[in-house]
Write a protein that binds this ligand. Sequence first.
Ligand code: COA
Length: 332
Amino acid sequence: MTRCAVLTAVGGYLPPTVVTNEDLAGQLDTSDEWIRTRTGISRRHRAAPGTATSDLAAEAASQAMRCAGMDSVDVVILATTTPDRPCPATAPTIAAKLGLGPVAACDVSAVCSGFLYGLATASGLIVADLAETVLVIGAETYSSLVHPDDRSNAVLFGDGAGAVVLRSGETGELGALGPFDLGSDGSGRDLITVRAGGSEQWAEEPGSRMRDAYFSMSGREVFRNAVQHMNRSARRVLDKADLDADQVDWLVGHQANARILRSLTDSLGIPEERSISNIDLVGNTAAASIPLALEHGHREGLLKPGDLVLLTAFGGGLTWGSTLLTWPALAR
Ligand code: COA
């Protein structure tokens, strides 16, 4: 037995406003039929203007802390593409909103793979004995990043937050996390991007197009890359653990598109019924996608203590990551 990170609680939060496909079809040149058949999404949640990513994150984190029966943690890590502000990081704001005192807090930026990177970072802190407990949150307000007239992206993304609490434990325990596989390919950065607003292209630069300040994505190429990288990353993590795909009880893949998830289960040889999916209800919530899918699987009673769960994500960067855990017995 060696020291490792153990998942001990999960929480999730979706802002109350629901935007259906019919609602979008009333505003954009799209249809419920197109959205459902191409993406599997039927609704998504939208944060009200003035609601920041830290507000969603604090709600999800409170739920996870209640589930863990804890009122403090050593570290707060937030995975997000949509921080409250470009500077400073949002995690300290969340820690303050939760009344956690002067805890260590920072953001991790890896777009839709961010939560996997956050879990790996938290695991590393625990294994290195730098922390006993870590709150890992994935939270997004893509409504602030996607141009409302951009039908290609406006139909895909939703707002929300998911959170888990990790504590130190031992390999072999229920909830034990690992091994991990993480990777990136920066040559693909233009496939998922916001061009302006950083050091390379200032937001106010003469000639900067207003659209450059918003999210853009090459859907078809991203689709192909997502399946390929999640498949390879998931296989690498299974190899590291000396396990086969048929031993996996639940696949929790990044919820980008129901067709991506279907191609992924096909390529891994995992039956579709063993893939947890809430994309029809929430859309693509980027860094919040994996923890919200875990919270969904827990709430719906799909995830049972002892189940082997494979997590895999792909996102902008390009980035990807995977890990394994045995599902613990959690309070509901
Ligand atoms: N409603 C109606 N038509 C739409 C539309 C919408 N909301 N969005 C795009 N279209 C149109 C396109 O303009 C295109 O029209 P054209 O053939 O006349 O040019 C047509 O639909 C097909 O577009 P295409 O991009 O080929 O569709 P697709 O089957 O690849 O599906 C995505 C598009 C975006 C759903 C799909 O590529 C995808 O899910 N990609 C990955 C998305 C993702 O979430 N990534 C996140 C990071 S992992």
